[in-house]
Ligand binder design. Structure first.
Ligand code: NAD
Length: 495
């Protein structure tokens, strides 16, 4: 019988077997096949990784920023050469389509490219002559050892919201990827090794909650970047605040798409909405899962056409060569547990009186009987406050609501606990401007279904979608990973 390999940790420049407290099976969610095991690493393992990162910090933080950036260029080249290999592993362990995995890798590259600009981005500023013979200066210094803890849905991009920025600014890092998808990060860590980065600057410890908690509480970790459910964000935020650690905690979402009665590009509208809702089987923090149509005429049109378009999605194993390159392909959700939650939420929607206009349950994919598939599912006649509207379902389940006016639509968004992103579809500048200014979400789209910012812009939500102050990516990332010191200096004139 073929043995299933257990993923190793990468500590102080070495690949090491974890002294583990057991393992978690890593499944291919399309087939249910076990493809590897994640070790449940111990606190001792975390201590070793943090000690390696701490020991590497003095040398790394004083390495000239131009040299640190050179490593980012090398890393970029190594990752680009292995893009297809990494994308396939990502699809195998996570279940998103290959085009989606490749798009995710592009974000990995772009974040690394932005970090290549650290010699520009980390610069401080100064003011000569604040007062007589007094100059003022702001300098941005590396802080120390950071930890990053990431979710399952972006096994490559989420770690790269942190790795290149933390390292290029002169910090060292310990990363714990999601226990459900360790294989993509294993390959990316091999790329980091191949780039020649000095030992200890980047470390990888696999595991689940115990490793995450040990990192969050560790006295030698100066700051922590976290992405996951809002409920986990709260735990992280409370712990970090009580220990006076710097932290970022990016949480759950329920992103709304508002369509105004003036919007005439119906085919583009519907396709834009459906790809936002069903990409990655609805498991994106930027996926839309709630549509608000303004006016009864637009509501009727959207309900009918959205259901029609939803039926066109091919639900299949994304590595099946017969469909792998299809643009409207939807893979499985991540696990049996996740599928059960989604099905329970569909039952809840029916029980609370919404109309199940398209039912994605009971889907059978030949050859994938043990896969975790849910088909596109649409509820109409949904009202704010229903559980299916309040809860992040994180699957291909879309709720459609009707509003009488733009004010009402904005009210629906602003009364929701999650506020990651929202979009409006309109050609009317007044509506667009009002929406941009009044909708309380961290990321706003106008005539785009997924307003995900490119990496030189900041990424982050509001309210329960972002339980911290400093966003990810671009200049925000540089700010998060550096200590801003102010120097006021005076020299007396020499005679
Ligand atoms: P999750 O919260 O279950 O797990 C995320 C990570 O937290 C994992 O690595 C897990 O091992 C770790 N963890 C578990 N218990 C912990 C604890 N007590 N303390 C610290 N860490 C702990 O999230 P998930 O199911 O993997 O990811 C999906 C969620 O992530 C969704 O809610 C999604 O919206 C959100 N997400 C948000 C963004 C964003 O930018 N806002 C991006 C991607 C995903």
């Amino acid at each position: 019988m073929e043995t299933i390999r257990t993923v190793k940790n990468y500590i102080n420049g070495e690949w090491v077997d974890a002294e583990n407290d057991g393992v978690i099976d890593v499944e291919n969610p399309s087939t249910g096949e076990v493809i590897a095991q994640t070790p449940l690493s111990t606190v001792a393992e975390v201590d070793r990784a943090v000690a390696a990162a701490r020991a590497a910090f003095p040398g790394w933080s004083t390495t000239p920023v131009t040299q640190r950036a050179e490593y980012m260029y090398s890393l970029l080249a190594v990752m680009q050469a292995r893009e297809e290999e990494i994308s396939r592993v990502l699809t195998e362990e996570m279940g998103k389509s290959l085009p989606d995995s490749r798009a995710e890798m592009k974000r990995v590259f772009q974040n690394t490219e932005v970090a290549c600009a650290t010699p520009m981005l980390q610069q401080g500023k100064n003011m000569i002559g604040c007062a007589k013979a007094i100059d003022g200066e702001e300098i941005n210094l590396p802080i120390g050892v950071f930890a990053a803890i990431t979710p399952f849905n972006f096994p490559a991009m989420a770690p790269f919201w942190f790795i290149p920025y933390a390292i290029a600014t002169g910090n060292t890092l310990v990363l714990k990827p999601s226990e459900l998808v360790p294989l993509t990060m294993e390959l990316l860590a091999k790329c980091i090794e191949q780039s020649g980065l000095p030992a200890g600057v980047f470390n990888l410890v696999n595991g689940a909650k115990e490793v995450a908690v040990a990192l969050t509480e560790h006295e030698n970790i100066d700051g922590l970047s976290f992405v996951g459910k809002s409920s986990t964000c709260r735990l992280v935020a409370q712990k970090c605040a009580s220990l006076n650690k710097r932290y970022q905690a990016m949480g759950s979402a329920k992103n709304h798409l508002v369509v105004m009665p003036d919007y005439a590009h119906m085919d583009e509208l519907i396709r834009n909405m459906s790809t936002s809702c069903y990409g990655c089987a609805g498991q994106r923090c930027m996926a839309s899962s709630a549509i608000v149509a303004v006016g009864s005429e637009m509501y009727e049109k959207v309900c009918k056409k959205f259901v029609e378009d939803s039926r066109k999605f091919i639900v299949a194993n994304p590595l099946d060569p017969a469909v792998a390159q299809e643009p409207m392909l939807m893979g499985p959700v991540i696990s049996a547990q996740s599928k059960k939650f989604i099905l329970d939420m569909i039952d809840k929607g029916i029980a609370e009186g919404a109309t199940l206009a398209l039912d994605g349950r009971n889907l059978k994919i030949p050859g994938c009987e043990n896969g975790h598939f849910v088909g596109p599912t649409v509820f109409t006649d949904v009202t704010p406050g229903m559980e299916i509207h309040k809860t992040e379902i994180f699957g291909p389940v879309v709720v459609i609501l009707q509003a009488a006016s733009l004010d009402e639509a904005i009210g629906i968004i602003n009364n929701h606990q999650y506020a990651n992103a929202c979009s409006i579809y309109t050609q009317n500048g007044h509506y667009a401007r009002k929406f941009k200014l009044e909708a309380k979400c961290g990321m706003i789209g106008i005539n785009v279904g997924i307003p995900a910012p490119v990496p030189f812009l900041s990424f982050g939500g509001m309210y329960d979608s972002m339980i911290c102050d400093i966003k990810m990516q671009g200049a925000s990332a540089i700010r998060f990973y550096t200590e801003n010191k102010v120097v006021v200096e005076r020299y007396w004139d020499e005679d």
